[in-house]
Design a protein around this ligand. Structure first.
Ligand SMILES: Nc1nc2c(ncn2[C@@H]2O[C@H](COP(=O)(O)OP(=O)(O)OP(=O)(O)O)[C@@H](O)[C@H]2O)c(=O)[nH]1
Ligand SMILES: [Mg+2]
Length: 364
């Protein structure tokens, strides 16, 4: 920017007077102001986090392909059941078989029944008599169910950084790995991220997050095992503010809703955050393990009764043939699924988009 400035503005004219020096100072100030404005605009112009994946570079799979691949187990089971149901001339019997297929994919009883009711209505009205029409209606119904529960909502973004994201869940569901994925995703969107290792309970937990921090090149604030997690979060928040990072992501110890001490510890972490930033945490992501099926829903329900949750990170969707659990979560919890985990690598993640999910579910 400075290089582009006309040389006449930067060089004092021969025999410059005091007036000339003032003019030079003013010109430099104007240039600095322009530079600051340009920097600010470029910061604001970045896409919102969660606005789809990064555009695939040539040769990289599209978001739909990545999701379809991640859902391969579910697709195999659902596809088989659907082919069984839809492979023949559709009849009332087909509808029964469709219901079984949906239940097998773990869409949940309530969701499967609601969808079947709509399909039966359409069938009786003569609106969905062909295989194609039935499938199209099924996809629309599923998308509607997902959208109605608020899915597709983006990750929160505080008007003034940092946005504080607290990541919670029971032991081993995938919290730390999901944090690495989230950090990777945010970095790809041009956000500056800081990690806080507030799982000081389990011996190897801090090291695990430290390894991710090094691998991803994302800074971390950590303390010794056994340190007070709220103190770690306090220090991390101060660092996030001082360094002007966009997102502070806090890893927490695995806990059951019945662990009174650990739940109290979580409330203490929140209090410490609120003392410094009254609007924070802006997001409390509950990580659920998709392979645990309906148990994940019971877990989420119990968790919500004791602490506030703003969204779900559904990990290990690649490890289950019951990926329909996403739909059940949406309907039964009314909590948005914000991200899905599709493998163990940092790039195996996607913001959850209902229509893409439904397309991937039925991809050939
Ligand atoms: N296949 C697959 N594995 C995953 C995914 N997310 C996490 N994992 C694996 O799940 C295991 C547990 O993950 P962690 O991230 O350590 O889980 P955690 O909730 O932090 O565990 P604790 O801190 O012990 O409570 C690891 O082996 C991860 O590689 C996923 O989306 N897909
Ligand atoms: Mg962990």
């Amino acid at each position: 920017m400075l290089i582009c400035a006309p040389p006449a503005l930067l060089l004092p004219p021969p025999g410059s007077s005091e007036l000339g020096r003032h003019a030079l100072a003013v010109a430099l100030l104007v240039l600095l102001a322009l530079l600051a404005a340009w920097w600010w605009r470029s910061r604001r112009a970045r896409p919102a986090p969660g606005a789809g994946g990064a555009a695939p570079s040539s040769g990289a799979p599209s978001a739909l392909q990545q999701l379809a691949r991640g859902l391969h187990k579910t697709r195999a089971r659902l596809g088989l059941a659907l082919r069984r149901a839809l492979g023949q001339e559709p009849s009332e019997q087909t509808l029964e078989e469709l219901e079984v297929a949906l239940l097998e994919a773990d869409l949940g009883v309530a969701t499967s029944e609601a969808i079947l009711e709509d399909l039966r209505r359409a069938w009786r009205a003569g609106e969905a008599r062909s295989t194609e029409a039935l499938l199209a209606r099924l996809k629309d119904d599923l998308s509607r169910e997902l959208v109605a529960a608020g899915n597709g909502a983006r990750l929160a973004e505080a008007p003034v950084p940092p946005t504080v994201v607290l990541v919670v869940g029971v032991n081993g569901v995938g919290k730390t790995t999901s944090i690495a994925k989230l950090a990777h995703h945010l970095r790809q969107q041009g956000r500056r991220v800081l990690l806080a290792a507030a799982d000081t309970f389990r011996a190897a937990a801090v090291d695990q997050l430290r390894v991710w921090s090094e691998r991803l090149g994302v800074p971390i604030v950590a303390a010794q095992t056994g340190a007070d997690p709220a103190a770690v979060v306090h220090d991390a928040l101060e660092a996030a503010i001082a360094r002007g990072v966009d997102y502070l992501i806090v890893d927490t110890a695995g806990r059951l809703h019945t662990h009174q001490n650990l739940m109290k510890e979580l409330e203490k972490i929140k209090r410490v955050i609120r003392k410094r930033l009254p609007e924070a945490p802006h997001e409390v992501l509950l990580v659920l393990d998709a392979t645990t099926g309906q148990n994940a829903i019971a877990q989420a329900r119990a968790f919500r009764e004791v602490t506030e949750v703003t969204g779900i990170f559904l990990a290990k969707l690649d490890g289950t043939a019951k990926g329909g659990i996403v739909v059940a979560i949406a309907r039964e919890l009314g909590l948005p699924v914000k991200f899905v985990g599709l493998g163990e690598k940092p790039e195996d993640v996607q913001p959850f988009e209902p229509r893409r999910f439904v397309e991937a579910l039925f991809a050939a």
